[in-house]
Design a binder for this molecule. Structure first.
Ligand code: UDP
Ligand code: MG
Length: 309
């Protein structure tokens, strides 16, 4: 399989990285055949746009899509998936942490018929201890809450045209691409890479706040388990209160004695439980509303002989 290869790159204040990265990427892609590179400038305040435009003048295959302000890397990637025209679309970071050398492996898998090739980073000492621990904890929590088994990498992946078309049918906001992609179906596989160190332009553009937001988006968008847990907790609390209340009443009939503190405590637990349970019930309805307003497609088509495309 061959055809146009699109590479989409979200970039936020990455002028220094892009100046080094783009020539290397172009040299690699020239080996594979026809290609287009789309840099999505996510409201950078440095010379990111000017840097890309300079390349565009010399080589029209290098393109720029500038967003009106900083929308975050997930939104920038979505813009890239919608603008890309390739038969396959590769997303990678601008900071060269995703090695260009992994592209040929990913393209090989696509040529063998895979629709989604996720690149997963091997254990890396370049990553700070905090990033490694926080990412590990998040994926552990995410997997246990959503039941998704597949490994999720950073947003370094290749997707075939059919998979991109399927992804573009999702219009939910905020978006958590890793979750959506692992739920798309299609033929998926993984390749492994060693992550490079971030060399240019200072620290990661993902601030702690952006990272926490992304983690929350992932969990809230893909799991209603926190709501189910509230419901169960309410049920458990109400049950405990009722048992305690029954014990107090039994003590009254057996020993003819009653302690006000016990009565108050068990009543308090029962009614607190009822309140949490009611919250849980409301939560279940809210959960249904959340899933409905996302308007996720009911199904996705992988192959259809009725259509030519
Ligand atoms: N990025 C972006 N918008 C943002 C933050 C990041 O487009 O608001 C881009 C950034 O330029 C880079 C990619 O997303 O190309 C990944 O960001 P970064 O390397 O800072 O994240 P990390 O590698 O630390 O996860
Ligand atoms: Mg990075």
């Amino acid at each position: 399989m061959s055809g146009l290869v699109s590479v989409i790159i979200p970039a936020y204040n990455e002028q220094e990285s892009l100046a080094v990265f783009l020539p290397k990427l172009v040299a690699e892609l020239k080996k594979t055949g026809s290609y287009e590179i789309i840099v999505i400038n996510d409201g950078s305040s440095d010379q990111t746009a000017e840097t890309v435009l300079k390349f565009h003048k010399e080589n029209p295959s290098v393109n720029l899509v500038s967003l009106s302000r900083n929308f975050g890397a997930q939104a920038a990637l979505c813009a890239g998936y919608r603008e890309a025209r390739g038969d396959c679309v590769i997303s990678m970071d601008a900071d060269m942490q995703h090695p260009i050398s992994a592209l040929s492996k990913m393209l090989d898998q696509w040529r063998q018929g895979y629709d989604i090739v996720c690149a997963i980073r091997r254990r890396s000492n370049h990553l700070g201890l905090f990033k490694r621990i926080s990412a590990g904890l998040f994926y552990c929590l995410f997997k246990s809450l959503t039941g998704l088994k597949s490994d999720m990498g950073a947003d370094f992946r290749l997707m075939s045209r059919s998979a991109v078309n399927a992804l573009n049918q999702f219009s939910e906001t905020p978006v958590f691409l890793r979750g959506l992609v692992s739920r798309l179906g299609f033929r998926q596989c993984t390749v492994y890479y060693d992550e490079n160190k971030r060399q240019y332009g200072g620290p990661s553009r993902y601030t702690l706040k952006k990272m926490l937001n992304l983690a929350l988006t992932g969990i809230l968008g893909f799991s209603l388990k926190p709501l189910h847990l509230i419901f169960l907790f309410g049920l458990l609390m109400m049950g405990t209160g009722i048992i305690a209340l029954c014990a107090v009443i039994a003590m009254f009939f057996i020993y003819h004695e009653i302690t006000m503190a016990n009565v108050l405590l068990s009543t308090l637990i029962t009614f607190s439980g009822i309140q949490v349970l009611i919250l849980g019930i409301i939560g279940e309805y809210v959960g249904n509303i959340v899933m409905t307003v996302k308007k996720r497609p009911l199904y996705l088509i992988e192959k259809n002989t009725l259509r030519k495309d």
